[in-house]
Write a protein that binds this ligand. Sequence first.
Ligand code: NAD
Length: 341
Amino acid sequence: MKIREKSVPGYDRVLLGSDEAAGYQGIIAIHSTALGPAVGGTRYWSYKTEDDAMTDALRLARGMTYKNALAGLPFGGGKSIIMRNGKGADREQLFRAHGRMVNSLAGKYITAEDVGTSPADMEYILKETTYVGGLQGRSGDPSPHTARGVFRAMQAAAKHKWGSDDLAGKTVAIQGCGHVGYFLAAELTRVGAKLIVTDVDAAKVKHVVDNHRATAVMPEEIYSVPADIFAPCALGGVLNDQTISRLTATLVVGAANNQLLEPRHGDLIEQRAVLYAPDYAANAGGVINGCCREMLGWDVPKTLAKTDAIYDTLLTIFAMAERENIPTYQAADRLAEERLR
Ligand code: NAD
């Protein structure tokens, strides 16, 4: 295993590793350890160049610092990438090589699953280092916890905008009926909200419609259907020049990462008097569950209370945005930065 260190301004440590025998080429980016060891998943993905992978690793690691800080977790932010080279690799060798690189940081960085990786891959990493979470039979599927946090964020947005967090009778348009979308629909049905749902996968839509009395619409219609709340739970970049003008909802609260195509769309949405719950504050339930259960050894009730506190975090963000006359996405960044200081 060859490990090189790269100096990147504003980042704590950035490592590039390669292990020819294992077909491994990877990056670990630690953005900050100000609040504790850096936590963030391992992404197994194909990139055109090493520079592209580095850009992604740096962006994602910084995002984890902000997300963990806002969630009130005693962890910093980091992320790692294993470059998929298209040649087909022995998964065990690949992830064990990554485990050795993680171990070289002696606990400064703790990894877990991310796009392209599974609990089985984390078991391979565990053969080389204890600095890994997301293991089989431990904290389990993060999605119901993410959905719970999004639901609490929705209640906070309703409280701020309408003076009551009761969602009974409110219409929620859910984009994406996957893992989070399904559990979010369950939370909302429980409190008497009305659901309009969509997905590009008809079977996923049917599953939600059959179980939660939802009305299905075509994917393109979801922005303009009459709704009180729009919940993006599919892809990033869905709040953009084409979609914002079509929104009928007064609140936007969802699980998808990077919902704003560009920061300026956070300003645009504000100008239309729509309250946007910053995604990385609203979707932290999964990371809270993983960190608290696996890394801090908390029990279920204590962990649930922490996820439910997303409500208070969102209220703080909305109040700060109003007080300082800034868009909510900027208030979220400011609050995270205050906590980092
Ligand atoms: P998922 O893959 O299970 O579900 C996403 C769904 O969106 C799929 O059913 C897919 O068919 C659908 N979809 C894709 N393109 C669509 C489109 N154009 N219109 C409508 N539907 C479309 O993913 P998930 O785990 O439910 O996560 C949803 C989002 O939340 C993702 O952006 C993810 O990054 C983010 N997120 C998830 C978690 C978690 O705990 N799973 C945590 C934080 C953030």
